[in-house]
Write a protein that binds this ligand. Structure first.
Ligand SMILES: Nc1ncnc2c1ncn2[C@@H]1O[C@H](COP(=O)(O)OP(=O)(O)OP(=O)(O)O)[C@@H](O)[C@H]1O
Ligand SMILES: [Mg+2]
Length: 278
């Protein structure tokens, strides 16, 4: 899944001049500037950008849950003009049904599609095991920690073998140590699935974006546009121990510089004075 192993021409998602303007009772919000973007098959594309710059809007248009105001989204050449059912989605909160067990929450994917879930139980159990939820299948959401709930929601997003996994700040509600472990586990899942799984991963966390991404898409403030897309040339498996070190740290510093350049971060007064004096 390293970007160097992915053929540049083999794109799964193509956005062409896609923009979004919301109209509400109180006015209009230009959420996303016209954006052209290709997502490569099998890659892990991280997206970082300031709050309100249109990241979730971008994700919902790729999923077909919202339609662009202009431009078009295509997946495998197919125009997305309604919800796309070959993707899995994981949000910031796990959105589990409290009255269903862990296993039944995962199997919900099949029931929603009118498919008998019974033949998929063993696969669901194996997936739960691989996501660190051994022995938890019969528990109910109220009996789980926040990190465990998030693992269930990832299992639910993956159980129907989607070719595209869309993740919107999936780890932002869990503690820092759990977050690190979830990143490691997600990396493992992606390495196992290789080109069969493409991931779009939205985060506010620069180091997490670098740790997980084959590429990192950096966005400007609203109306969001692409400030730059950076290839993360670090072999896998990547190690948590290296997050603050060398290459990972250099990429993170570069992204912070880009955020300063596009006005996400303000320069400190001292830096401004030094710049003017120079
Ligand atoms: N359904 C909607 N109706 C009206 N305005 C919306 C709607 N959804 C989003 N917006 C507006 O569009 C802009 C972009 O929102 P979006 O949720 O895409 O941002 P985001 O980058 O995901 O932000 P965050 O990092 O805080 O989640 C915001 O100003 C938001 O208020
Ligand atoms: Mg959002």
């Amino acid at each position: 899944m390293n970007s160097q192993h992915v053929k540049a021409t083999d794109d799964i998602v193509a956005l062409s001049e896609v923009s979004k303007t919301y109209r509400t009772a109180t006015g209009t919000t230009h959420a996303l500037s016209p954006t052209t973007l290709n997502i490569r098959r099998g890659e892990f594309l991280s997206v970082v950008g300031p709050s309100g710059c249109g990241k979730s809007t971008l994700l919902t248009m790729i999923s077909g849950l919202a339609l662009p105001s202009s431009g078009e989204v295509r997946i495998d050449g197919q125009l997305i003009d309604k919800p796309y059912d070959r993707c899995g989605i994981a949000f910031q909160t796990s959105v589990l049904l409290e009255w269903r067990s862990v296993l039944d929450n995962v199997l919900l994917q099949f029931e929603m599609r009118g498919i008998d879930p019974a033949p998929h139980r063993a696969k669901a159990m194996a997936l739960l095991d691989s996501l660190g939820l051994e022995g938890s299948a019969r528990l109910y959401p109220r009996e789980l920690s926040g990190g465990m709930k998030q693992r269930v929601s990832i299992a639910r997003a993956l159980i129907h073998d989607p070719q595209l996994l869309l993740m919107d700040e999936p780890f932002s509600a869990v503690d820092a140590l759990t977050r690190d472990q979830l990143s490691m586990d997600l990396q493992q899942v992606c390495m196992e699935r290789g080109r069969d799984l493409t991931v779009l991963f939205i985060t506010h966390h620069i180091q997490e974006a670098v740790f997980l991404g084959d590429r990192v898409l950096v966005m400007t403030p609203r109306p969001g546009r692409i400030a730059e897309i950076i290839d993360i040339d670090i072999p896998r498996p990547r190690r948590l121990e290296d997050i603050g070190r060398e290459k990972q740290a250099q990429y993170a510093a570069h992204i912070r510089e880009t955020f300063t350049r596009v006005g996400v971060f303000r320069q400190s007064k001292t830096e401004q004075c030094e710049g003017e004096a120079a």
